[in-house]
Design a binder for this molecule. Structure first.
Ligand SMILES: [Zn+2]
Ligand SMILES: [Zn+2]
Length: 218
């Protein structure tokens, strides 16, 4: 068997010393790909809650999430990115990119641009968004206890209370999520009186705001 030793047209390295990808050595291939890789990337995060915008919406920041976001930014998810170092305005990445039938890995320092937006949850919170209103009526202490129970239930599930209004014989609680509210009653074996009003149309579907009336003295 005859071994044909290739020489890289760019740097003259030989194929018995380094791996070749096609006509060029892997060092030159990596250099070429590195030059083609954008030196800047954008990361969007919410200025209120600090979460990062990823492929599945806003999520708590993690290296894994940032690596996914950066891979999308710099190579349209066709390469693998590992973060070696990261700061507010720059990152050192280890990038593995396809080359021929193979792949090469190289390091690259990039500039980061942090874009601050407001995520939908934070926007809704600040604009008083709600899908359900719970009217608690009756003994003050019972109402207060039930209020605490509801708040705990909703916040544990990433929902939020838009506002609470004290009225003569009770409390009105405005809650971000209708299904969550419904589940609260169901899981606590409570049967409130339910009614709903048409609120608007979203994505071609009618959106209702639900009102639940619960008399704790009964
Ligand atoms: Zn070379
Ligand atoms: Zn937010």
């Amino acid at each position: 068997m005859i071994l044909i030793i290739k020489h890289c047209p760019t740097c003259d390295r030989s194929s018995d010393k380094v791996r070749f990808i096609g006509e060029f050595c892997e060092v030159c291939t990596a250099e070429k790909l590195s030059k083609r890789t954008p030196g800047k990337a954008k990361i969007i995060h919410c200025r209120r809650c600090g979460r990062v915008k990823g492929p599945a919406g806003y999520q708590n920041s993690s290296n894994e999430l940032l690596e996914t976001v950066l891979a999308k930014e710099i190579c349209n998810s066709k390469c693998k990115v590992r973060i070696e170092k990261i700061s507010e305005d720059s990152a050192l990445l280890k990038i593995t990119a396809p080359a021929g039938d193979d792949s090469v890995t190289f390091e690259k320092g990039i500039e980061l641009k942090m874009e601050h937006q407001i995520c939908q949850d934070c926007y809704r919170k600040s604009s008083g968004y709600y899908e359900a209103m719970v009217q608690l009526r009756g003994d003050k202490e019972r109402v207060a206890k039930m209020e605490q129970k509801i708040i705990k239930f909703v916040t544990m599930r990433n929902g939020f209370i838009s506002k609470t209004e004290e009225i003569d014989n009770g409390l009105d609680i405005y809650i971000s999520d209708r299904l969550m509210t419904k589940n609260f009653f169901y899981l606590n074996r409570l049967v409130p009186k339910a009614s709903f009003t048409l609120y608007g149309v979203k994505d071609g579907k009618k959106v209702y705001r639900h009102t639940y009336y619960l008399n704790l003295d009964e």
